[in-house]
Every structure is written in C-alpha cells, then in structure tokens.
Design a binder for this molecule. Structure first.
Ligand SMILES: Cc1cc2nc3c(=O)[nH]c(=O)nc-3n(C[C@H](O)[C@H](O)[C@H](O)COP(=O)(O)OP(=O)(O)OC[C@H]3O[C@@H](n4cnc5c(N)ncnc54)[C@H](O)[C@@H]3O)c2cc1C
Length: 488
C-alpha cells in the first residue's frame, strides 16, 4: 500500500476547506490545509458575507437616522458618510472573526496549515513553494471569483468587484452596478442608502432571477423607492473610461441605446470557479467553466479527490460549503457513503427587507410539474411588524397536491431568521398542525410562521360543515348578530 505524508490534504481555507480541516483534524486524521492568501477565512470572511452584512447594517442605521420622523422623532440631517470609517468598521468585524479562522487555532486542532499556491504533480501529490506533499485523499475547496465577461471595452476600463468594494477610500458619488443578482441587489441598497447615486443594469427582466417574480419585484420596488434606478431586460453593449467617469452603453428592453455615466462600475455578473493553476488537467480531474465535476458524494472522477463549496459549481453559499464539507468528512474520513441532498437548502438575500427561501418556490414547482397551492400572509397584518415600522412583504407557503409543505418564501423583516423555523419543520417533517398549534410569543414577527400554517386549517375548521356538526351534537344557537347589521 502506498504511503502518503497525510491522510487528507485540503486546498483552500474558506468555508468548505475549514469545515473539512477542522473535522478531519479533530477526528485524528493527519491533515494538511493549503491557502493561497495570507490568512484563512476565504471569500465569505474577507470579500463576501461578513463585509457585506456589516456594510448593510451601517447603511441601515444611516437610513434610520435620515428617516427619524417615521418613528415620531425629530428630523435629523446626518453629515455625509466617510467611507474610510465604514471600511474601518468592516475591517474590525473581520478582524474579530479572523481569530476563529486563524492558523494557530487550526494548528491547535491538529491541522498543519501552509500558505502558497499548490499544483498537483500526480493524483496524490502537490508541489508547494518548492516542497512536495502527498495525501491519501484530497479536497479541492478553492471557491469562486467574480466573473468578468468579455464586454467590449471592459478590459480597458477600471472597475471594481466584491474584492474592492468594501475597502474603498471614499464613498463614490455614483455607481453603475452590472448585475441584479444577490450581490448587485444588496450593494445597490447599501450604497444608495449611504448617499451614492446607483443604477443597476440587469439582462434578465427581473432581479434575483431564481426567486418568484412577485417577491423579486417587491424587492425591486423597495430599492426603487429608495432611489436606485433599474434597467432590466437590458444588454450591456460597451464600457469606456472617460477619466473621472466611466460610461456604460446599454440597449434597453425597448431597443433604445442609452449612455450611463458614473464614477465607479461594480461588476456583479456571477461567479467563476477557481481552477486556474491547480494542474487539474494534468492529473485528469474533470472540470468545466461551471466548476469541478462531482458526483452526489462530491467525489471527482478521481474518487479520492473531492470538490466542495463554490468550486463544484453548485449552490454558492457559505452554509452550502459548510454542509458539503460535512459530506466530505462522512465519505472520506468515516467511510460512510453519504450523498448531498439540497431539497431543503435555505438561502437569503439580505436586502431590507430581506428575501429568504427554503425548498421550492412557485417557479421551481412549476418547472418540476408539481400541482401546488400557495398560502400567504402579509407583514402588514403582523402586530410586531407594524410596531417596528416594517410593513412591506409577505410569507408564501407552497403545498403540493397532497397538501404537504414543499417550500416557503419570506420577504420581510428578519426573513433569514424566520426561515430557521421552517428549516426545522421541513427537515424534521413536522406536521403543519403542530406548527399551527404551537404557541409563539406575542408580539413577534415570527408569529407569521404560525399564522400562515394556521391559515391552511382555518377554512377547514371554521367551515359550514363543522358548524352544522356542532349544532347537531351540542345544540349551538348560531350567529348572535345579523351580518348586515355589523357595518364595515
Ligand atoms: C459579496 C458577497 C456576499 C456574499 N454573501 C453571502 C451570504 O450572505 N451568505 C452566504 O451563505 N453566502 C454568501 N456569499 C457566498 C459565500 O461567500 C461563498 O459561497 C463561500 O465563501 C464559499 O465558500 P468556499 O469555501 O467554497 O470558498 P471560499 O470561501 O472563497 O474559500 C476558498 C479559499 O480557497 C483559496 N484558494 C483559491 N485558489 C487557491 C489555490 N489555487 N490554492 C490555494 N488556495 C486557493 C481562496 O483564497 C479562499 O480562501 C457571498 C459572496 C459574495 C461575493
């Protein structure tokens, strides 16, 4: 049997790689973790979730200050934002979390951490900074990078991506965001609230393409009402550098050509897998532009090499990367065959209000040919939402033809957290009647979960049939007042 230096080698120290490294090291596997940047943590910590959510919170507070009168407070005119200060706060939050993702911590857990860019030299070995390392099992967890499509002129025009946007030295006066996905949408709101004039250009006719149009359009309406300008169904024809301004020439949905100008361009047009330089083609690991090809156990065509996280072109979320890391541990360390199952993988876009989702929405149910029904409740009917000044949004519960819940979408305050209850309900196969009967604290936004489940039972319980039955058995006398005398 060949002898290897390590039981498991992991390339990439982000959400997926760190999950595998921490699990395998703690289970007693001799673990090597290789990261190309100077610090561990990956995109989520340095250029993704953490900085974006920190920025969104800052923008939210600034927007509350400007809208103080909505809350019965004196008007406030806050001075303009100094983005250096905002960026400093972002760095400070990252710094705090960085301790958890430090080389020292992983060393204490038992993993060896090396920094540099490795290349596979054979199926079991990599070369890194002049040294060779071999491992029985390898995990590719190198994540993704912003896609920069071949738009005419873009290669000659300065632009920013998620790698630069949180570290700007000043607040741009204006910004054109190319792409209306989650990153484009979140950043449009954050910068617009901070005082940047923002225009979003999106090829699809709706933002947040995976979501149901009614939900995505409601997010867009909120952003528009806050001043974000949208060109949907528009194609980007050409980009050029005019010096202090950049120009984006677009063809609108109606076919007219428009020249948009702004100080900065943010490219948020999707993500590409980080496969470059790994030598995958030399050792025969199959991949395509979407990412490294894997089976349902996350094994590549070479069964001892796994690919987890954004790199495999699946769901591009930190929690998906973490989940996939767990699947790899199960297969590679415990040797317990475990397949991925994304049926109830939740996600959330953290606009204000946020849009959270789990399971199927109407779009995916229709595409799967499922005969579904939708039950809805609106946040304007939730007492706590009203108290909080949060009246936009709704919850949609999707039931299949057997009246079993197959998905929930929530556009409203704390949607990402509210989805948590549905994570338990759907994964735990909790009956809707249990959720509808369970007592929720009042007044909470979460009561909307109970209410939408209850709305399914209400017509059945308060039906004419039940009334007749009760009348027959218990001699109930019926209405105490005539309907026409009730008034409005
Ligand atoms: C702006 C933005 C906001 C986001 N917000 C959210 C959110 O709110 N919630 C959410 O769930 N997800 C969010 N995401 C997505 C999330 O960041 C990713 O899905 C997640 O980071 C994927 O984890 P990963 O381990 O696959 O990749 P990463 O976390 O990117 O880790 C990959 C690591 O591999 C390293 N690497 C790359 N190439 C090499 C190489 N050749 N050699 C060695 N190391 C290498 C990289 O430096 C990196 O450290 C956001 C993404 C962005 C860009």
């Amino acid at each position: 049997m060949p002898k290897y230096d390590y039981d498991i080698g992991i390339i990439g120290g982000g959400a997926a790689g760190l999950t595998v490294a921490s699990g395998s090291a703690q289970l007693g596997a001799k673990t090597l973790l290789v990261e190309k940047e100077k610090e561990l943590g990956g995109d989520c910590l340095h250029f993704g979730c953490v900085p974006s959510k920190t920025l969104l919170k800052t923008a939210h507070v600034y927007s509350l200050m400007k809208n103080s009168r909505k809350f019965g407070l004196p008007p406030v005119e806050p001075p303009p934002v100094d983005f250096k200060e905002v960026s400093q706060r972002i760095r400070s939050v990252i710094g705090t979390i960085q301790h958890h993702d430090s080389k020292e911590r992983f060393c204490r857990l038992g993993a060896q951490v090396e920094f540099g860019r490795p290349t596979f030299t054979d199926e079991h070995s990599i070369r890194l900074s002049g040294n060779n390392y071999s491992a029985k099992t390898w995990v590719i967890a190198t994540g993704s990078s912003p896609l920069v499509p071949p738009i005419r002129g873009l290669d000659k025009t300065p632009f920013i991506t998620n790698r630069e946007i949180f570290y700007l030295d000043h607040l741009p006066k204006s910004m054109i965001i190319l792409g209306g996905g989650p990153i484009g949408s979140e950043m449009s709101q954050a910068f617009s609230r901070l005082g940047t004039r923002v225009v979003v250009v999106n090829r699809a006719p709706q933002i947040l393409a995976k979501e149901d149009p009614d939900m995505a359009d409601a997010v867009k309406d909120v952003l528009s009402s806050e001043g974000v300008e949208f060109y949907l169904g528009a194609s980007i024809e050409e980009v050029s550098d005019l010096g202090s301004e950049k120009e984006v020439r677009i063809k609108t949905k109606q076919g007219s050509m428009i020249r948009l100008k702004a100080e900065m361009i943010l490219v948020a047009l999707g993500r590409g897998a980080n496969t470059d330089g790994l030598g995958l083609e030399d050792v025969g690991v199959k991949f395509d532009p979407r990412g490294v090809n894997v089976d349902s156990r996350l094994r590549t065509n070479l069964k001892h090499i796994y690919a987890a996280g954004d790199i495999n072109g699946g769901f591009q979320f930190t929690h998906a990367a973490g989940y996939e890391g767990g699947i790899v541990i199960s297969n590679a360390i415990f040797h317990l065959p475990r397949k991925v199952d994304y049926t109830f993988l939740p996600w959330c876009t953290y606009t204000d209000p946020p849009l959270g989702s789990i399971g199927m929405n109407e779009k995916s149910a229709r595409a799967a040919g499922i005969d579904y029904k939708v039950w809805m409740e609106e946040f304007k009917d939730n007492d706590r939402s009203l108290a909080e000044g949060e009246t936009v949004g709704k919850i949609k519960m999707i039931l299949d033809d057997k009246e079993k819940p197959i998905g929930v979408q929530i556009l409203g305050p704390h949607a990402g957290d509210l989805i948590g209850e549905w994570v338990a309900v759907l994964n735990g196969k909790v009956k809707l009647s249990t959720l509808a009967a369970a007592v929720h604290p009042y007044p909470t936004i979460g009561e909307i979960n109970k209410k939408v489940a209850g709305s399914y039972f209400s017509p059945k319980i308060f039906s004419e049939k039940v009334q007749k039955g009760l009348k027959f058995f218990f001699h109930l006398k019926g209405r105490a007042c005539a309907e026409e005398t009730c008034g409005e």
